[in-house]
Design a protein around this ligand. Structure first.
Ligand SMILES: Nc1ncnc2c1ncn2[C@@H]1O[C@H](COP(=O)(O)OP(=O)(O)OP(=O)(O)O)[C@@H](O)[C@H]1O
Ligand SMILES: [Mg+2]
Length: 252
């Protein structure tokens, strides 16, 4: 049985792409068959994985040109990728009606789903139709949040979207957990936020990952080098943390 995991939070820059890419690579490194789908028109995870956007079939072709999923898969060294496309920056107008808007990705990926142990979906910083498509297809959601004053901003709105998805299009969707990212061990603020988080999340009936992903410079450098942080420097703190996050995901 494959597990489809969407990494989601409409807040920008909090580590969705970093989380999606690194858990995808680590799960692959752990011997799992992994497909990463980039649904964000910014194409950041496509780029980090060194997948192509020109001269290949992308997620755009899958969703709007009736291309078969198999034809959109790029086989990279460790994992498979369905690349995003700059044409997906404003997708709202392209879906002809609500049913298509919500179910397209799930239906288009039906035939490839069981080829993988994990399908990881990177999502854009908005509550729009790409997120709805991803949540309708997904079994689970991982929600990265940053460990700062505004890190939890908008989390209510994200849960409204998740709950609407559960009600209307995907009854079995569950939140794998909230993942604290950019954690600075020595700061009081981080500790306070971390300690208070389970209480804040009680109303959403959600747990927090035991592992916090620490902030580390090599994480940024890995993204610039278009590598997973594990491949860039397996002994840095972020690499160790994402590895533990994957162990938690497998155990959940
Ligand atoms: N644990 C970390 N340590 C250091 N830097 C990090 C960490 N996590 C993310 N970053 C950096 O923060 C920036 C934003 O991360 P990322 O692109 O993953 O966010 P995002 O939520 O996908 O952004 P967007 O909403 O634009 O898609 C990047 O420069 C990334 O390298
Ligand atoms: Mg991103």
């Amino acid at each position: 049985m494959s597990r489809v995991i969407a990494v989601a939070n409409q807040k920008g820059g909090i580590g969705k792409t970093t989380t999606a890419v690194n858990i995808a690579y680590d799960l692959a490194e752990m011997g799992r068959r992994v497909l990463l789908i980039d649904t964000d028109g910014q194409c950041n995870s496509t780029d980090t994985c060194r997948a192509r956007v020109e001269g290949v079939a992308t997620l755009y072709d899958l969703l709007f040109e009736h291309e078969k999923a198999e034809e959109c898969i790029q086989h990279m060294e460790k994992l498979d990728v369905i690349a995003s496309d700059k044409l997906l920056k404003n997708p709202e107008t392209k879906f002809p009606d609500d049913a298509t808007r919500l179910f397209t990705m799930r239906d288009a990926c039906e035939e490839i789903r069981e080829q993988y142990d994990f399908i990881v979906i990177d999502t854009p910083p908005s509550l729009g139709c790409m997120l709805s498509n991803a949540l309708t297809f997904a079994d689970e959601v991982v929600i990265p949040v940053t460990c700062d004053r505004y890190g939890m901003e908008g989390i209510n709105d994200l849960y409204v979207t998740i709950n609407a998805t559960k009600k209307y299009t995907n009854r079995n969707l569950r939140v794998t957990g909230v993942l604290l990212n950019k954690y600075k061990e020595r700061t009081t603020l981080c500790r306070e936020i971390s300690n208070g988080l389970p209480e804040v999340l009680k109303m959403f009936d959600t747990t927090v990952f035991d592992t916090k992903v620490r902030e580390c410079e090599d994480c940024k450098k890995a993204q610039s080098a278009r590598m997973s942080v594990q491949a860039y420097n397996s002994s840095c703190s972020t690499a160790k943390d994402y590895w533990r996050v994957c162990e938690e995901i497998i155990g959940r």
